[in-house]
Ligand binder design. Structure first.
Ligand SMILES: NC(=O)c1ccc[n+]([C@@H]2O[C@H](COP(=O)([O-])OP(=O)(O)OC[C@H]3O[C@@H](n4cnc5c(N)ncnc54)[C@H](O)[C@@H]3O)[C@@H](O)[C@H]2O)c1
Length: 272
């Protein structure tokens, strides 16, 4: 394999869920920059419009388009995948990335109890929403990806998990950790099942990245400092910094990688 073929994703048909912002947008950008045809699926109509027009304006060789949906809407998700196949003929790479925060943790960044975020006070609806989007949404995304990729002989499924799948956090809402832990297990199981169909399934497990999650919480000083203190590099990451790993997992370079958890956290989880 030459360096050029190793990272070649030109012409690939790619879906990115939650690609209108943050980490998902970075996935979409690197794929379009490398010549792929990318469909961003996101629930944020305004964010989609801005993201698609800004990516298109870059003049990169790939293509970008969008579809508005909530990944917890199973029928809409299946229809969106069918539409990509109708438009592009196939689906080669799927980033199952859409996710939400789970509200405050049981402790504030300064170590105080958060009355409304204790296990016996947090809203049940918050638990349901986080599981619906962050776990069931990923399951349904993998399911649709597998269905289509089996028919074309293979593909790549890349799931955004989190270091919170393995490291417990007192300042992150309780539902977030079990949802991401479920995602990690689901990825390993899907990798075992789908290898025979030529489908590689892997996880990217970020530590703290500055995005719009939790209303841009990591842009606030107290929250940012709590996460910065955990990082061996003393800082949190920019979405830009996930692009290399995303390209690696989407391209021939990672042909023998499946069922892996790729941690990208500045060493934060070594302290956890
Ligand atoms: N930012 C971090 O520090 C961090 C760390 C670890 C893991 N993650 C994970 O990264 C992924 C992306 O998060 P981000 O930090 O880029 O956040 P973000 O809020 O900047 O972007 C998330 C995008 O997903 C979309 N989205 C949310 N729920 C959706 C739904 N139900 N259906 C369709 N689209 C939906 C949002 O509209 C948004 O465009 C999430 O799975 C998150 O859990 C983030």
């Amino acid at each position: 394999m030459t360096l050029e073929t190793m990272f070649n994703v030109a012409g690939k048909s790619v879906i990115v869920t939650g690609g209108a912002s943050g980490i998902g947008r970075a996935y979409a950008e690197i794929m379009v920059e490398m010549g792929a045809r990318v469909r961003i699926l996101d629930m944020d109509a305004a964010g989609l419009e801005t993201t698609v027009s800004e990516i298109a304006a870059m003049g990169w060789p790939g293509e970008v388009s969008s579809g508005q949906l909530d990944v917890s809407d199973r029928a809409a998700l299946a229809t969106a995948f069918d539409t990509v196949v109708a438009d592009q003929g196939r689906i080669d790479v799927v980033f199952a990335n859409a996710g939400v925060d789970a509200g405050p943790g049981f402790l504030s960044p300064t170590g105080d109890r958060v009355p409304e975020a204790q296990i016996d006070t947090m809203p049940e609806a918050q638990w349901d929403r986080v599981i619906d989007v962050n776990l069931t949404g990923v399951f349904m995304t993998i399911r649709n990806a597998a269905h289509h990729m089996k028919q074309t002989g293979g593909g790549r499924i890349i799931v955004t998990s989190s270091v919170a799948a393995r490291v417990n956090e007192s300042i992150v809402g309780t539902a977030y950790m079990p949802a991401k832990a479920g995602v990690d297990h689901l990825v390993r199981n899907a990798a075992m099942e789908l290898a025979a169909h030529g489908i590689n399934v892997n996880c990217i497990s970020p530590g703290p990245f500055i995005t719009n999650i939790a209303g841009g919480r990591l842009k606030n000083k107290a929250d940012r400092e709590a996460f910065e203190a955990q990082s061996l590099m003393g800082r949190i990451a920019l979405p830009e910094e996930i692009k290399g790993l995303a390209l690696y997992l989407a391209s021939p370079a990672s042909s023998y990688v499946t069922g892996a958890q790729m941690t990208i956290d500045g060493g934060s989880s070594l302290r956890g």
